[in-house]
Design a protein around this ligand. Structure first.
Ligand code: SAH
Ligand code: SF4
Ligand code: F3S
Length: 453
């Protein structure tokens, strides 16, 4: 008998990866995914703790699930197990158990491989199950072989956790210390992905460029080494990695952008702020000029590299002049794409204690609007610069309109193109007609047209 599993995923790609693994782990137990929580036999909230009011949102989502369970039960449609996973579970597991006694399971990002045991415990009537242990390795060791991403563009976690302790960030507390998987395990997972049709792999880690996994001789290898190894795999067409920290942007890794042809010319390299004083208060451990020099080096090796970043405005104590340093940095670097946020205090982080220096909400909003205006202009200009050019696009799926496919350029842009569906899964040369704020539009170059449609 198949049971229905509903997973709601918040937060970063790491959670997206974890949710897919949970589904894979539960599939041998008869669970198949549904988009409809009202009918689920098990619902998992895979939570993120990075934003303000994350735990409040979790509790209100849980309340909704509880109502759905009640309806299900009263209509005689069976029961629903409710589980909380991810970073809110890790950080506030005890609180969830206390405040939401109707929740069956609470487990952190490092313990979901024990889902079958937790299910068994629940079935035995063990009451609420809480597992927020930290060791990382056992999770990867006990993922079933089938538990791999089977998408055309797939994610592969190579590194987890973070030892950087930026003053605003919860990740070191929710994901734990830095851990790198062994190169052989990663290569094995990558080969299986490729055998299943994956063409593009994105290596994932909270601090992916701090990767230092062991190879089969017990030697520590860098992300640049790992990229070289993966580039030798037959059938892999594209490689990316995210998210990186400026401090770990080594010469080797910068050079890999020149030397490894399947490494895509796109890099997400968050800087957060452009003022040295704020960078120091954030504990980012580099200056704005050091970041500029890293960008120069990257562009020296890979002139067409498209850059993306993360920014925080209104960090405690940020003055107008310091905020303008951020604008200046953005002007100097020029981003193809970016994420920007208003600072919000996360309980337990050092910056959350800077009460008397908190920036007023309206000031933060005004700064964010100015920063986003500049970033949006840069993004539009970047996309417009492709008009008339031909770019290789990995066609991933059908678009909403008839006869339309959607894919990605090497620079991470979404590209909409009129194309027969049999081209899905292949890289096609596309002539760009239009560069818009969030995507490109184009048509297949005649050079592609030899095959039977
Ligand atoms: N590991 C990645 C991502 C961390 S979280 C990295 O080091 O870049 C993603 C982004 O969320 C951060 O880069 C930061 O810009 C933002 N962020 C994290 N904590 C925040 C907070 N307390 N307030 C506002 N933005 C925050
Ligand atoms: Fe958070 Fe900083 Fe670590 Fe990124 S590097 S996960 S922002 S502590
Ligand atoms: Fe959020 Fe956890 Fe990722 S806090 S950003 S889901 S590591």
């Amino acid at each position: 008998m198949t049971k229905k599993l509903y997973i709601s995923t918040y937060g970063c790609q790491m959670n997206v990866y974890d949710s897919a693994r949970m589904a894979d782990i539960l599939s041998p137990l008869g669970y198949s995914l549904t988009q409809d929580p009202t009918d689920a036999d098990m619902s998992i909230l895979n939570t993120c703790h990075i934003r303000e009011k994350a735990s409040e949102k979790t509790f209100s989502e849980l309340g909704r699930l509880r109502n759905m369970r009640r309806d299900k039960q009263s209509e005689g449609r069976g029961d629903m197990l409710i589980a909380v996973a991810g970073c809110v579970a890790q950080a506030e597991g005890d609180e969830i158990i206390k405040r939401a006694p109707y929740v069956n399971m609470v487990f952190g990002p490092q313990s979901y491989h024990k889902l079958p045991e937790m299910l068994a415990e629940t079935a035995r009537g063990a009451g609420q199950v809480l597992d927020t242990d930290f060791p990382v390795e056992p999770k990867f060791d006990s993922l079933p072989d089938e538990a791999i991403d089977k998408n055309l563009g797939a994610f592969l976690t190579v590194q987890e956790g973070c030892d950087k302790f930026c003053a605003f960030c919860v990740v070191p507390y929710t994901r734990g210390a830095e851990f790198s998987r062994a190169t052989d395990d990663i290569l094995k997972e990558a080969r299986r992905m490729i055998a299943n049709g994956t063409k593009e792999i994105t290596l994932l880690g909270q601090n992916v460029n701090a990767y230092h996994g062991l190879d089969k001789n017990g030697k520590s290898r860098s992300l640049a080494d790992l990229i070289q190894m993966l580039a030798e795999l037959d059938g892999l067409e594209r490689l990316r990695y995210t998210t990186s920290h400026p401090l770990e942007m080594t010469e080797d890794l910068c050079k890999a952008h020149r030397d490894v042809d399947i490494l895509m010319p796109y890099l997400h390299l968050p800087v957060q702020a452009g003022s040295d004083r704020i960078l120091e208060a954030m504990n980012r451990r580099h200056t704005a000029d050091e970041y500029r020099r890293i960008i120069d080096k990257l562009r020296h090796y890979k002139p067409d590299l498209a850059l993306s970043g993360d920014f925080i405005v209104g960090f405690p104590g940020e003055t107008e002049a310091e905020f303008e340093d951020t604008l200046r940095l953005v002007e100097d670097v020029t981003y193809a794409q970016a994420y920007s946020f208003k600072y919000s205090p996360r309980p337990g982080t050092p910056a959350a204690g800077l009460d008397h220096e908190m920036i007023a909400e309206d000031v933060k909003s005004e700064r964010l609007a100015r920063l986003q205006k500049l970033l949006n202009e840069q993004q539009l200009a970047f996309n417009k610069s492709f008009e008339g050019k031909t770019v290789p696009v990995l066609l991933e799926r059908e678009g909403r309109r008839d006869g339309q496919l959607v894919g990605r350029s090497p620079y991470m842009q979404s590209v909409y193109v009129q194309s027969p569906p049999h081209r899905i899964g292949r890289v096609a040369e596309v002539i760009i007609d239009e560069g818009n704020a969030n995507s490109l539009r184009g048509q297949l170059s005649p050079g592609n047209a030899q095959d039977a449609a």
